[in-house]
Design a protein around this ligand. Structure first.
Ligand SMILES: Cc1cc2nc3c(=O)[nH]c(=O)nc-3n(C[C@H](O)[C@H](O)[C@H](O)COP(=O)(O)O)c2cc1C
Length: 247
């Protein structure tokens, strides 16, 4: 069911609470708590209607002045394969400068963040069976990223070049909403900034204008529970480490 108006959603929420049969937070906590980056998907299809429903719900995300800066390209089937192939076979690296690319990480990461980055990297490579220095295996893993890790649905997100960092905050809210809404439907996701590194083939295949910046991609589908990479359990620092309560 597609919710077209906020009032429809509100009604559903209120009636859910009134029935007394379920506690809304249990479902919300389960959806947030069970979200993780999944890097191997089953080839079970996901219908366009479900993707639409998720995007529709996700668009309830807040945004400064309600600007809703998101734009989504959903790829499946042949279009998805063509996109992956074009990126993996892309030779036009020298032309990259012409296209706007954003920078995820600083050139030098402070030690705390470097340590966290290394941990996830090695944990993931360990599960994937990739040994240090095995460039071929690393390349395969990277290419798998560009294949949306085998998910039936791939999404590419763009934002207008004319918008500022505030709209990128809004974008994060939107992306998280997609990932949570997916969990509510038994689906998993992997947000993929790696796609921002390949703007040229993406622009070409999806006919994206130079006025838009590629924010990231996302894989969406059902988890492959047999895949070792999906056994990754990431850690978080405790609330006491990142929050200060001041009276
Ligand atoms: C904006 C964004 C971009 C990301 N890009 C990638 C990516 O390109 N490839 C990938 O495998 N994981 C990517 N990740 C997933 C992170 O590595 C992952 O969220 C993090 O290690 C924490 O693990 P968890 O999501 O399983 O809790 C990205 C996450 C975010 C939020």
């Amino acid at each position: 069911m597609l919710f077209s108006k906020l009032s429809d959603l509100t009604k559903k929420h209120v009636s859910g609470n009134k029935s007394g049969q379920n506690k809304g937070y249990t479902y919300v906590d389960a959806a947030i708590g069970s979200r993780r980056a999944v890097r191997a998907f089953a080839n079970t299809p996901v219908s366009a209607a479900v993707v639409k429903e998720i995007l529709n719900l996700a668009s309830r995300a807040p945004s400064g002045s309600n600007m809703q800066p998101w734009k989504v390209y959903v790829v499946t089937g042949k279009a998805k394969n063509d996109l992956s192939k074009a990126i993996i076979n892309n030779k036009a690296k020298q032309a990259l400068e012409k296209s706007r690319i954003w920078k995820y990480y600083p050139d030098v990461l402070p030690p705390l963040y470097k340590a966290r980055q290394r941990k996830i990297g090695w944990d993931l490579y360990g599960l994937a069976g990739i040994k240090k220095g095995d460039h071929e295996a690393s390349k395969q893993f990277r290419n798998n990223n560009f294949k949306f890790f085998g998910a039936p649905i791939g999404m590419i997100f763009t934002i207008s070049n004319e918008l500022e960092v505030g709209s990128w905050i809004d974008y994060g809210c939107f992306l998280q909403n997609i990932m949570i809404a997916a969990r509510g439907r038994g689906l998993h996701t992997c947000p993929q900034a790696i796609f921002a590194e390949a703007p040229l083939p993406i622009r070409e295949i999806l006919m994206i204008s130079e006025e838009e910046t590629i924010v990231c991609g996302m894989a969406l589908g059902y988890i492959d529970n047999d895949a070792a990479v999906n056994r990754l359990e990431t850690e978080r620092s405790s609330v006491n480490e990142f929050a200060k309560f001041i009276k």
